[in-house]
Write a protein that binds this ligand. Sequence first.
Ligand code: DP6
Length: 330
Amino acid sequence: SVYRATTTAPVNIAVIKYWGKRDVTLNLPTNSSLSVTLSQRSLRTLTTASCSANYPAEDTLNLNGQPQEIHPSRMAMLPSPKLSTLPLRIVSENNFPTAAGLASSAAGFAALVRAVADLYSLPQSARELSRIARQGSGSACRSLMGGYVAWRTGELADGSDSLAEEVAPAAHWPEMRALILVVSAEKKDVPSTEGMQTTVHTSDLFDHRAKNVVPERMAAIEAAIQARDFHKFAEITMRDSNTFHATCLDSWPPIFYMNDVSRAAVRLVHDINRAVGRTVAAYTFDAGPNAVIYYEEKDEALVAGTVKAILGASASGWEGPFYEKLANVT
Ligand code: DP6
């Protein structure tokens, strides 16, 4: 017989970025981070974990129809080998481009951890699962909850207090929307794990951001979320994206994730906000050129309409946009 568990996990997009590890083995971050969970309707990973005595002896992992190498370090957090001698088969599918800086590893590891926990009927509070998922890929710990999610860096050396917690459910701010501009669906140049290490070892700005900038921004953006203050939320989001990319540029050799289309999107958002006379849109960029633009539903025609009209007409090599709405996922 075959034992099987299927689950899905959402994508999250950080507004305060995780960048840098204080412990590479345990995958502990240098700074806390905060993200917004996107609706699974068009951005999600679907994962099935199964085991059977009839499977070939090797555990296998398949992503979007392609067999993947099982990374022993990244899979070490899975309790599977200890719980069952049956070979494990994991099949995972994204409904969006993988490794394009769209946080696919976050949804992927979150779904993987929950599918395996379900398969072996393990205790599975979101907190517990987030601690496990963090070890596979840091940002994955924020994909086990809905709404606005903080990953607290924690203080303990063993990392047991480095996990995600919900700051507010999606229903707290139901007007929030995210527009994703797929500037490029190509695989990113420098994988985030590697990029982070370069930054940690070579950038002076990195230390300054972690110690002096992020703690205040975390407190300020949590307050902005509680107050549903889009102006404050937007300014902190844009500034933190810019500071993160500045630490990449400050790395040696420098790392570039944004491209000309990304920069055109930045200018356009500032132009729209200035022209309207209030903050209606906020951009953020992960380890890739794709833009995520947050706005409130009442400004959808203005923001999404202008972005599509202007960038769509002028940017070459642009494949987007596609829409994504924020929804509660828990
Ligand atoms: C720029 O979670 O992919 O998206 O822990 O090495 O797997 P690893 O890194 P990963 O890094 C994400 C970096 C980011 C910012 C963020 O999501 O907070």
